[in-house]
Structure formats: structure tokens, C-alpha cells
Write a protein that binds this ligand. Structure first.
Ligand code: ADP
Ligand code: MG
Length: 441
């Protein structure tokens, strides 16, 4: 087992810069997932660790040894690919032992190692079969067996499950995770599937366009995404993004959505703010905003709704079953403890990270009067004004009153202001690209 350390790793194919300075540390025994949209450079990075691509710039260390110029065979890593082509004319046992045979190991040792790997992978009964006599999942396990028999310091996986059907993928996911818990071999696992990364990894590296956007434990990324790209990439269905502004501690969004914004760290007034709220953090509540149901999908365990609020599309996900159909009305409000705020221009998170997983302390009780109050003055907000231009009076007056608490429910405003709603998956503003998981702002 070994640590893997990447320092300012860069790669270009001709004039095309594919990796733009990657810093990642994989601890001894850790399972790290590299995740990001197709083409962001995951495979290139993995192949550089394996020694299959040369390193134009930067340093890669395995077990504290600089391996930039070490040939693949001497790096003591084993890679499992998406296309795990097995030799069709060889049995499972011979497929698994082939690399050891090439390395000139004695047959006795090969047999022992193959038997041990087969036991781990539950392949012992299949050692004499040929690949064509195996299911997809069994073949994938043989491919992993080929890596395991080598007892490497590091496992490298490149989307090993993407050729399997959905059910098998879930099963193999669990098997690979169990395997890691058993062997504790340092693992770097590439996937474009955030669910795979979330369920398997100790640590996730979110990449985009040759950069690292954020590194963290799975729930860290879910609870405290540092920018809109990570917020939109992690979680399914994707986070809702609602454009608006913050004034006097309140977020104001389309059609009159109002939400408490004390966590955004904005003193008085800031324009160009995006509220992020996950579909599963919206609550059905008679005191919330009225929304029209556009699509209903019930899976039995979950209810997914596509909602329309005054022209804005909002995704809702809940556990309760609801007897409604398209065209019906529901009332929703966001869980105030689960709000995220972003700077619209930079895409970076505003203020302190959102609270993580704790139940919200002070949910307004249902049954409070609806906050729909055209003409309360909130509707005449000077949208478009820059931060800092707001005279202090209104800010000082604040809203630390019962009115503020009522307004901290989501409300609908009547002035027709409709910022566009962003669906960010894979399309955040270019300026959110930060190198090496940089801090916001
Ligand atoms: P990912 O695995 O994240 O989908 P890759 O690492 O395979 O992405 O590719 C990253 C980028 O590098 C892509 O734009 C791809 O087209 C480009 N690329 C990969 N390999 C080569 C190559 N041998 N020559 C030129 N461009 C390449
Ligand atoms: Mg790839």
C-alpha cells in the first residue's frame, strides 16, 4: 500500500491543454474517486499515474517515490479498464494468472495467488470456465481478479462499471467497496457518475475542464459545495438554482420568492445572487408558495415533481406519496437550514458553508399567514443596484421582527420580476473554474 501525491500535474495534446495543474493527495489505503463530466481529463490523469502517458509538467509520487520517469511495470500499480477485454481462449484461472506468468513467476505461486484472489471475488467455482460462459458481472470480477493477483500498491479503476446494466452496476459497486474494505489497497477510481463516487469513495475529487473544482468527503461536497458547478454536479435530481438578490438579510427571487439569507454573509445588499436549494430540501407546506404541478413521477419510495412557480421550473423530491396530477396546485417552501447562496458572476459560494445534515432548528410552523403581500414595499426593491450602494437606513432597521420571520417563509411577489432559472449541471459560469480546489473568492 502507498500514498499517491500529485503536484501541479499538467498535460497538453498539441496545443490543447487537457490538465491544467492538478494537486491531489491520496492517503495510504484511501479510496479516492475522480469524478467529472466526460472529457474533463479523468482518464488522462489516471493514465499518467499508471505511467501510460508521460508527464509534461508536475510531479507524481507513489509511496514517496517520484515516478515521473519510472516505467509502468515498475510503478507497482494495477489498472482495471472499462473495456476489460479478457482473453477468450483462456480459462478464468489463466486469464487471472497471465500477468504473473509474463512476469516469470513459478506456476505454484501463480496458482496460489489466483486461488486467493478467486476466493476474495467468489470466483473459485468458475476457474475452469471460459469468458463466454460468464455473465457480465462475473467477467468484471475476473478483470478485477487480474489486478488483485498482482497485489499492487495501488489500484487504478477507469469507469469499470459503465458497461454493465443498472442493477449489476449497483451490485458491483457494493462488491468493489467491500473488496476495498477487505484489502485496504490505495485506490483511485475514475467515474463520470456522481452516485458511484458518492457511494464508494472516502474522498471525491470533482474535476472540470482540466481543473479540480473541489476535494472533499462525499457528504462534505453535498452539504458544502464551494461553487455552483459542484453544487449542480453532486446530487440527483440536481440542485435548483434561483437568481435574485439579497437585501436586509433576505433573499429575493423570481415571482416573490423570499428566503432567509443570514448565512450568505452579506451585510446589507448584494445583487446577482443565486439561491441553491436541493429538490429534497423543499417541503410541502400549506404556508409555502403556490406552485403548479407539471410532471409527477412516483417510484413508490419517492415522489418527484416538476413544478412551475410563476414561470420558474423547480424540481421537488419527497418521500411522501401525493394524490395529484399535472395541473394541480401544491405549496412548497425551502428548508431554511438547507439553503446555499452563490455569487452569480463567479459561481462561488457566499458566506459560511450551509449547516450539514442537522435538522433545521426553527422551521416556521405551517398555518402562519401567507406572505403574499403585494405592496408591502419589498416588491419595490432596487434590483440592479450594486452592493454597498444601499443606504444603511433600511439595513439598520433590519427585519428582526415578527415580520421578518413571516417573510422568511417563501413568498410570492406580484411585481412580475422573473430572473431566469438556471439548470447548472455541467454548465456553470466559466469563472467558477478554480485550480486545485481553490477557496471561494
Ligand atoms: P475523461 O476521461 O474525463 O472523459 P479524457 O482524459 O479521456 O477525459 O480526455 C480529456 C481530454 O483530452 C478530452 O478532450 C480528449 O478529447 C482529450 N484527449 C484525450 N486523449 C487524447 C489524445 N491521445 N490526443 C488528443 N487529445 C486527447
Ligand atoms: Mg475517461
Amino acid at each position: 500500500m502507498a500514498e499517491v501525491n500529485l503536484r501541479d500535474v499538467r498535460k497538453a495534446y498539441g496545443t490543447v491543454q487537457v490538465l491544467r495543474g492538478i494537486d491531489v493527495d491520496v492517503a495510504d489505503g484511501e479510496f479516492v474517486a475522480l469524478v467529472g463530466p466526460s472529457g474533463c481529463g479523468k482518464s488522462t490523469l489516471l493514465r499518467m499515474i499508471a505511467g501510460l502517458e508521460d508527464i509534461a509538467q508536475g510531479e507524481i509520487r507513489i509511496d514517496d517515490r517520484l515516478v515521473n520517469n519510472v516505467p509502468p511495470k515498475q510503478r507497482d500499480v494495477a489498472m482495471v479498464f472499462q473495456n476489460y477485454a479478457l482473453y477468450p481462449h483462456m480459462t478464468v484461472a489463466r486469464n487471472m494468472g497471465f500477468s504473473l506468468k509474463l512476469a516469470g513467476r513459478l506456476q505454484k505461486e501463480i496458482d496460489e495467488r489466483v486461488a486467493a484472489a478467486a476466493a476474495i471475488l467468489d470466483l473459485s467455482a468458475l476457474l475452469d470456465r471460459y469468458p463466454r460462459q460468464l455473465s457480465g458481472g462475473q467477467r468484471q470480477r475476473v478483470a478485477m481478479g487480474r489486478a488483485i493477483v498482482r497485489d499492487p500498491q495501488v489500484f487504478l479503476f477507469d469507469e469499470p462499471l459503465s458497461n454493465l446494466d443498472a442493477k449489476l452496476r449497483v451490485q458491483m459497486r457494493a462488491e468493489i467497496k467491500a473488496l476495498h474494505q477487505r484489502l485496504r489497497t490505495t485506490t483511485v477510481y475514475v467515474t463520470h457518475d456522481q452516485v458511484e463516487a458518492m457511494t464508494m469513495a472516502d474522498k471525491i475529487v470533482v474535476m472540470r475542464d482540466g481543473h479540480v473544482e473541489q476535494i472533499g468527503a462525499p457528504l462534505d461536497l453535498y452539504d458544502h459545495p464551494q461553487n455552483m458547478f459542484v453544487a449542480g454536479f453532486i446530487g440527483s435530481p440536481a440542485m435548483n438554482f434561483i437568481k435574485g438578490w439579497i437585501e436586509d438579510g433576505q433573499f429575493h427571487g423570481p415571482g416573490n420568492i423570499i428566503a432567509p439569507a443570514k448565512d450568505a454573509g452579506v451585510d446589507t445588499m448584494l445583487d446577482g445572487v443565486v439561491l441553491g436549494i436541493r429538490p429534497e430540501h423543499l417541503l410541502l407546506d400549506p404556508a409555502g408558495v403556490e406552485a403548479t404541478v407539471t410532471v409527477v413521477e412516483q417510484t413508490g419510495s419517492e415522489t418527484y415533481l416538476l413544478l412551475d412557480i410563476d414561470g420558474q421550473r423547480i424540481n421537488y423530491l419527497g418521500r411522501e406519496r401525493v394524490a395529484i396530477g399535472p395541473g394541480d396546485k401544491v405549496h412548497i417552501r425551502p428548508d431554511p437550514a438547507r439553503l446555499h447562496f452563490f455569487d452569480e458572476k463567479t459561481g462561488q459560494r457566499l458566506g459560511a458553508p450551509a449547516s450539514s445534515g442537522l435538522p433545521s432548528a426553527s422551521l416556521p410552523s405551517p398555518g402562519l399567514p401567507s406572505p403574499e403581500k403585494p405592496g408591502t414595499g419589498r416588491g419595490s426593491s432596487p434590483h440592479g443596484r450594486k452592493a454597498g450602494q444601499e443606504p444603511g437606513a433600511r439595513a439598520r432597521a433590519g427585519l428582526g421582527s415578527a415580520a421578518a420571520r413571516v417573510l422568511s417563509l417563501v413568498g410570492i411577489r406580484a411585481d412580475g420580476y422573473r430572473p431566469e432559472l438556471h439548470y447548472m449541471r455541467g454548465s456553470g459560469p466559466a469563472s467558477t473554474r478554480v485550480r486545485g480546489g481553490g477557496e471561494p473568492r
